[in-house]
Design a protein. Structure first.
Length: 395
């Protein structure tokens, strides 16, 4: 849609990689934009992602963004939106507020633009181009190999990397992000962790000496490219139904095949699925109560891993703090008969010493920036090295 501002046409676009949501100019003075996030059709967390370009603006114009809250109310509303003039350097808007207009509920952001065009997004975008840049960078390091995990339903490449142990491998680690397409912060944390692993930090080098490490920056490439939310897509998304997965998703079939091969080689030691947005406090691991873990080695190794992290149980009190470097854990009930998530499948179908988690990176906080995600990644990397090098996990 286009409107006139001082004889210029103001346009809204989503026709680029990861662009999404329904976006419309609803008022010219002040310039007001209405946003309806992309909807996978099952309410709640299925309606989250939006990302668009606004062009033809007079520099100095104040733009009002009105996110439709809906009924039932959508989840995952970020107190601040991201903006960029070039899709390279991103920053946060001021904190928004809930408002009501003619009985309709909105979350409103107000931001002054100092360029003729600007991009706005729900969270810091991470696309296959970012993943390609990451793999080009990391594959220059000794022992790092880029490979194609599979092709998607739309024939897009799902890229991955293997960091070959610099000595005879004793451990195997599988790290993956973006089973839910809108959770872009999860890819950024994994991205920065991948870079740290090829750095000169002696802890990174010590870990790479002994572990084969697999990294998948984006699982649901189709949804990411198409600007879809991804979560709860029908009949199920890339995190759910792993126990009964009839290979609807080639990505999941390929990942399972790799994990089974690692288990046959007795090299499935740690699995982390990176997710978000998680808590508006600290990042945290989703994990069952210890009594539900099927093997004694898993129980002991999980405790050692948390000690390596200096991790604490997420409680009412610990949720009041905000940090990117303190990673908590949240214990949950677990129904084995109805289990379906990726990390639950890994507990039951790989080695009896393997520990597996869903990590909720803390999107939607003032710290959830590129530098914040980097801090979180490095904290996790150091803890992983400490676990495998110093804690001596059981095999």
């Amino acid at each position: 849609m286009k409107e006139k501002q001082n004889n210029q046409s103001i346009g809204v676009r989503t026709d680029f990689e990861s662009g999404g949501g329904k976006v419309e100019i609803v008022q010219r003075d002040p310039l007001s934009i209405e946003i309806i996030p992309h909807n996978e059709g099952q309410a709640s967390w299925s309606q989250v992602w939006w990302y668009f370009k606004l062009e033809g603006i007079d520099p100095g114009t104040n733009v009002i963004l009105r996110l439709v809250i809906g009924n039932p109310k959508i989840d995952g509303i970020s107190p601040q939106a991201f903006f960029s003039y070039d899709q390279q350097t991103w920053a946060l808007t001021d904190i928004g507020r809930e408002i009501s207009i003619d009985g309709a509920e909105y979350f409103e952001y107000s931001h002054k633009i100092w360029n003729s065009e600007v991009y706005f997004a729900y969270d810091l975008p991470y696309t296959p181009d970012h993943a390609m840049e990451l793999m080009n960078l990391c594959s220059r390091a000794s022992g790092v190999e880029e490979f194609e995990l599979c092709r998607t339903k739309k024939n897009r490449k799902v890229g991955a990397m293997k960091y070959h142990a610099l000595q005879q491998p004793r451990f195997g680690i599988w790290l993956q992000a973006r089973a839910h397409a809108f959770e872009s912060g999860s890819s950024w944390v994994l991205h920065e962790l991948a870079i740290w692993l090829v750095s000169n930090d002696p802890r990174a080098n010590a870990l790479r000496q002994l572990a084969d490490i697999y990294i998948v920056p984006i699982i649901d490439v189709d949804a990411v490219v198409e600007g879809r939310t991804g979560k709860y897509q029908k009949p199920y998304d890339h995190w759910m139904n792993w126990h009964n997965e009839p290979h609807l998703w080639e990505e999941i079939r390929a990942i399972k095949a790799h994990l089974k091969q690692l288990a046959e080689d007795n090299l499935m030691d740690l699995f982390i699925g990176f997710h978000g947005p998680g808590s508006k406090s600290n990042p945290f691991f989703l994990t069952p109560f210890e009594r539900y873990l099927p093997y004694e080695k898993q129980k002991k190794n999980r405790q050692m891993f948390f000690e390596s992290l200096n991790s604490e149980l997420m409680t009412t009190e610990t949720k009041k703090t905000e940090s990117m470097i303190q990673i908590l854990y949240s214990e949950r009930e677990w129904d084995k008969k109805n289990s379906s998530s990726s990390h639950e499948w890994v507990w039951l179908n790989t080695n009896d010493h393997c520990i597996a988690f869903t990590l909720e990176v803390n999107m939607n906080t003032p710290f959830s920036t590129h530098m914040g995600y980097r801090s979180e990644a490095i904290s996790l990397g150091k803890a992983m090295s400490n676990y495998f090098i110093n804690s001596k996990p059981l095999k």
